[in-house]
Design a protein around this ligand. Structure first.
Ligand SMILES: N[C@@H](CCC(=O)N[C@@H](CS)C(=O)NCC(=O)O)C(=O)O
Length: 235
């Protein structure tokens, strides 16, 4: 019998990317919450799996030795190769899959993450400053890139795939980041179509009882936003 995958998770867009794939493939998994507001991403056990102190991460017990994987793009590739699902397997399709996976983790993800930071967590007085405007523009630029890519296509690469799974969560929350999708009809259609998938709905609901209901406390802010030694993360 296949052993469940250990899934290190917290309910955020980055966590949803992997939750979607696990749910789509109906892979058995054991949910291990990583409370990033409490600093659980810094335990030695977790750092051995995910050296960048970020979730999501997995440990796959399928082979003779457990295999740990961190970074959502690498996890999705691992799961697609393991199951033979949700990834084009011809040479051109694989190349395009890698291009768009790298695009997400190097562009759309970080820009959306920073936009979310400045919108939700920047100190009052800095919320509407240069940084927020910069990340709104970059997030919108990424939406334009996605819009053009989806022109005449249902999905980003071939059939519905890990590329859609990795790009979709940060588009799902566009409105919550004060960005309208009205100017991006292809993106809006694609967002809607994916949102209707039962596996995607299960993934977005995963651990929703753990979601933050109030702004971060000073201690949570220290843990999340002052992570270098000089700033006292491990003081
Ligand atoms: N590039 C990473 C990003 C993961 C990421 O930023 N995770 C955040 C939550 S959304 C996290 O674990 N933060 C913990 C921290 O900031 O210490 C991926 O795609 O897996």
């Amino acid at each position: 019998m296949t052993k469940p995958i250990d899934f290190y998770y917290w309910p955020t867009p980055n966590g949803w990317k992997v939750a979607i794939m696990l749910e789509e493939c109906a892979l058995p998994y054991r949910l291990i919450p990583v409370n990033i507001g409490k600093g659980e991403q810094f335990t030695p056990e977790f750092l051995a799996i995910s050296p960048n102190n970020r979730m999501p991460a997995i440990v796959d017990h399928d082979g003779s030795e457990p295999v740990s994987v961190f970074e959502s793009g690498a996890i999705l590739l691992h799961l697609a190769e393991k199951t033979g699902r949700f990834m084009a397997n011809d040479k051109q399709g694989r190349k395009e899959t890698l291009e768009w996976l790298f695009w997400q983790v190097g562009n759309q993800g970080p820009m959306a993450g920073q936009l979310s930071h400045f919108r939700n967590y920047a100190p009052e007085g800095e919320k509407d400053g240069y940084a927020r405007k910069r990340y709104i523009r970059e997030y919108e630029r990424c939406l334009e890139v996605t819009e053009r890519r989806l022109d005449g296509r249902d999905y980003l690469v071939g059939e519905y795939s890990i590329v859609d799974m990795i790009c979709w969560p940060w588009v799902l929350i566009a409105k919550a980041m004060d960005v309208s999708l009205d100017a991006y009809p292809n993106v809006a259609r694609w967002r809607r179509m994916i949102k209707e998938r039962p596996a995607v709905q299960r993934a977005v609901d995963l651990g929703k009882e753990l979601r933050r209901e109030a702004p971060p406390t000073p201690e949570e802010r220290r843990i999340l936003f002052n992570q270098t030694k000089d700033e006292g993360a491990d003081a």
